[in-house]
Write a protein that binds this ligand. Structure first.
Ligand code: AMP
Length: 394
C-alpha cells in the first residue's frame, strides 16, 4: 500500500478534517463508560495542535439509521475530549450548511470543533457522494484515523475523499495497519493465534486465512465444541453449530496440510444451566455428561494453552475462552489474558470481548498492541481490503 501519513503533509494553517471513531459506550445517563477510543485519537490531535492548524473532527455513534436520536448525540464526547486535552472543543450540531462552512472557514489555528453524529444523515451509510461533497467544503486536508470504522465505505470515510485533494491516515490508523500487517505478513515464529467466542460462523474467513500463516492455533470458547464434535467427542448440551461440522473438519485438514498445530480444550468447566449460579464442575472432554453445557475451559486446558503461549514469539488473540461475562466461567479467559501479558512475545489483541478481558485483568499496558477495531480488526486479519483504507491508497 502507498498510503500517505499525516506526518508527511504540510498541515500548517490548513483546515484539517479528522475522521475519528468516537463510537464509545454510554450508560443510561449518557456518561461515557469507556473512553479508550477517544484517547486513541489524541496523538493525531496533538500533532495537529503542535503544527498549528484548524481541527474539524467527524465521527459516527451507534446506529441511528439516518435519524436524529438525542441518545446518540456526540455532545458528551466533545466534553470528555475537552477535559482530556485541556482545550475547549466546540460542539457543532449542524455539520452541513452555509453557517457551518462559515464557522469552519473562520477557525483559527489551534481551534477544535466536533461535529454531531454523522449517521444522523441518511446519506452517510449510503456513501452518498453529495454528502461527501458537502462535508469536503469544510476542509483542505482529510485525515482518516477511524480504524474501527474502516471496514465500512461511508460518506465520511469514502465518498468525501473524492472531493478533497489531499487524504492521508492519522497515527492511530498507521499503528493499526502496521501492527496487524506485521503480525500477518512478517510474524516472528513461533506464531500463533488464539481464537475464541461463540461461533465459528462469524470467524470462518479468519480461520481459513490464518491457518496458512500461523504455526499453531488455539481454539477456545463455544466454537471449540463444534471442533470437538467434529472429532467425535460427545459435547453434552454445549453450544454447537452442527451445520459447520464439515467446515471444522476442513479447517483441521488444512491445518494438517500446512503443518499447523490445532490446540483444543482437554477439559471444560460445565453446568446444567447457562447461569452463573448453576452448580459447576470440571469435566474431561471425553467425559462430558449429556445434560452439561461447557461454559469455560478447565485448568488442564489453561496449562496446555499457557505453555504454548510462553514459547511463542508472536500471538494474535480474538474471542473469549468461555462465557466470561459470568464470573464463575471467566477463569479461562482471565488466565489467558494474564499469561499473554507475562509472555515476552509480540501480542496483538482485538475484538471487544478480548479487550474487555485484558482490561479487567489489569494487564493492558503489558500487551504489545490492543486494536480499537472489532469488525475492522477481524476483516483485516481475514486478508480483506478495508474500503476506508483502500480509498487512501491513491
Ligand atoms: P464472539 O462475539 O463470537 O467473539 O463471542 C463472544 C461471546 O461468546 C461472549 O459473549 C461469550 O459469553 C460467548 N461464549 C464464549 N464461550 C462460550 C461458551 N462456552 N458457551 C456459551 N457462550 C460462550
Amino acid at each position: 500500500m502507498t498510503i500517505k501519513y499525516i506526518d508527511q503533509l504540510d498541515i500548517k494553517d490548513k483546515r484539517v478534517m479528522i475522521r475519528v471513531d468516537y463510537n464509545v459506550p454510554y450508560d443510561k445517563e449518557m456518561t461515557i463508560t469507556d473512553d479508550t477510543r477517544i484517547k486513541a485519537t489524541i496523538p493525531t490531535i496533538e500533532y495537529c495542535l503542535k503544527n498549528q492548524c484548524k481541527i474539524i473532527l467527524i465521527s459516527h455513534m451507534g446506529r441511528p439509521k439516518g435519524q436524529i436520536k438525542p441518545s446518540l448525540s456526540l455532545k458528551p464526547v466533545s466534553e470528555a475530549l475537552s477535559k482530556l486535552i485541556n482545550i475547549p472543543v466546540k460542539f457543532v450540531d449542524t455539520p452541513l450548511g452555509e453557517e457551518t462552512v462559515k464557522l469552519t472557514h473562520e477557525l483559527k489555528n489551534g481551534d477544535i470543533v466536533l461535529f454531531e453524529n454523522i449517521r444522523f444523515y441518511p446519506g452517510e451509510e449510503k456513501n452518498d457522494r453529495s454528502l461527501g461533497e458537502l462535508l469536503s467544503r469544510h476542509a483542505d486536508i482529510y485525515i482518516n484515523d477511524a480504524f474501527a470504522a474502516a471496514h465500512r465505505g461511508h460518506a465520511s470515510n469514502f465518498a468525501i475523499t473524492e472531493f478533497i485533494k489531499t487524504s492521508a491516515a492519522g497515527f492511530l490508523l498507521k499503528d493499526e495497519i502496521e501492527y496487524s500487517q506485521k503480525a500477518i505478513d512478517s510474524a516472528e515464529s513461533p506464531f500463533g493465534a488464539i481464537i475464541g467466542g461463540a461461533k465459528i460462523s462469524s470467524k470462518i474467513d479468519l480461520l481459513l486465512n490464518i491457518i496458512t500463516k500461523v504455526d499453531f492455533l488455539i481454539i477456545g470458547g463455544a466454537m471449540a465444541f463444534t471442533f470437538l464434535k467434529s472429532k467425535g467427542y460427545s459435547i453434552g448440551n454445549s453450544l454447537c453449530e452442527d451445520e459447520l461440522i464439515d467446515t471444522a473438519k476442513e479447517i483441521i485438514r488444512k491445518a494438517k496440510e500446512n503443518g499447523v498445530d490445532i490446540l483444543l480444550p482437554v477439559d471444560i468447566v460445565g453446568a446444567e444451566e447457562f447461569d452463573n449460579d448453576s452448580p459447576h464442575a470440571v469435566y474431561s472432554i471425553d467425559n462430558i455428561p449429556d445434560n452439561i453445557i461447557g461454559l469455560d475451559i478447565g485448568n488442564k486446558s489453561i496449562e496446555l494453552f499457557s505453555a504454548k503461549i510462553k514459547e511463542s514469539k508472536t500471538i494474535i488473540w480474538n474471542g473469549p475462552m468461555g462465557a466470561f461475562e459470568m464470573p464463575n466461567f471467566a477463569s479461562g479467559t482471565n488466565s489467558i489474558a494474564k499469561v499473554l501479558a507475562e509472555s515476552s512475545c509480540l501480542s496483538i489483541v482485538g475484538g471487544g470481548d478480548s479487550v474487555t478481558a485484558i482490561n479487567k485483568a489489569g494487564v493492558a499496558d503489558k500487551i504489545s498492541y490492543i486494536s480499537t477495531g472489532g469488525g475492522a480488526f477481524l476483516e483485516f486479519l481475514e486478508g480483506k481490503i478495508l474500503p476506508g483504507i483502500a480509498v487512501l491508497d491513491k
